[in-house]
Design a protein around this ligand. Structure first.
Ligand SMILES: N[C@@H](CCC[C@H](N)C(=O)O)C(=O)O
Length: 262
């Protein structure tokens, strides 16, 4: 059977998009998702996303990591899915959708900049050398001295598989402060098991963590990632972060057809 796919990227975090409103896609076929995401034997991507119908909202998001497993929220994927839904004619300039972590609202402007509302955060676990929080996905956030030369894959894997996070593991973000409200971030992603060029829930976690530990007092924060630039803004009251928005480009790359055996 031939599968039509669309490839998107958000600051270099790339995704295979599939319009599954007719529910044709074999959702439990882990091997198939893994193969479609494979950069040598498939299309190549950090994750795969299904656009599905929703009874109440504009659409539903189903997200898989490149290892083929369905996972927790993907911020860049959510932003790319909004752009894809626009391309498919499902939405115009704003969207309401459901993802694994609940309801999301988003807007998309004429330049393809997507502002995606992320879940509220009211628990930030601050430790001496790191901060842990969940922004839809679990994130370890750690400030490092030499971000440029850090071996993110091996240092990230050590933390991801450490006793700290048990079987579920965590994504791991390494951070360097550039200015009061500007941070550089490199992320090791669980489920990709490598560094990716950007992680949306990751930079959201970094922005909130840096505010919570007093590295910045701004509520609009710039995040420089390997694949580009993102912005996170939020309201904060007594340690509770609300109206959290992840803002940045979501870009269509190409579309195609691929032969699959189910
Ligand atoms: N790339 C994502 C995060 C995707 C989920 C993550 N790999 C996990 O399994 O926790 C993002 O942009 O947020």
């Amino acid at each position: 059977m031939q599968l039509t796919f669309y490839k998107y990227q958000g600051t270099g975090n790339d995704f295979v998009m599939i319009d599954n409103r007719t529910e044709f896609f074999p959702k439990n076929n882990t091997k198939l998702v893994e193969q479609l995401c494979d950069r040598r034997f498939g299309i190549g991507a950090d994750g795969l996303i299904l656009l599905e119908n929703h009874p109440q909202y504009d659409f539903k998001m189903v997200y898989y990591n490149s290892d083929g497993n369905e996972s927790s929220m993907c911020g860049n994927g959510g932003r790319c899915l909004v752009a894809f839904a626009k391309q498919m004619g499902v939405i115009k300039n704003k969207a309401e959708f459901e993802a694994v972590d609940g309801y999301h609202y988003a807007t998309i402007d004429a330049n393809g900049i997507v502002a995606l509302q992320m879940k509220d955060v009211d628990t930030v676990n601050q430790q001496e050398n790191y901060t842990f929080l969940n922004t839809g996905s679990p994130h370890h956030v750690q400030i490092v001295n030499d971000l440029k030369s850090l071996d993110v894959k091996s240092e990230g894997a050590k933390i991801r598989y450490s006793n700290l996070y048990g079987k579920a593991g965590s994504n791991v973000n390494f951070v360097h402060q550039i200015e009061n409200d500007i941070f550089a971030v490199r992320t090791y992603e669980r489920g990709v098991e490598d560094e990716t060029l950007s992680c949306g829930t990751g930079v959201t976690a970094v922005a909130i963590a840096m505010h919570q530990i007093g590295k910045t007092n701004n509520n609009i924060i710039d995040l420089n990632v390997e694949g580009g630039k993102l912005k996170v803004q939020f309201d904060v009251d007594n340690g509770k972060y609300t109206n959290v928005f992840l803002i940045g480009p979501a870009t269509f790359v190409f579309e195609g057809k691929i032969e699959i055996n189910q």
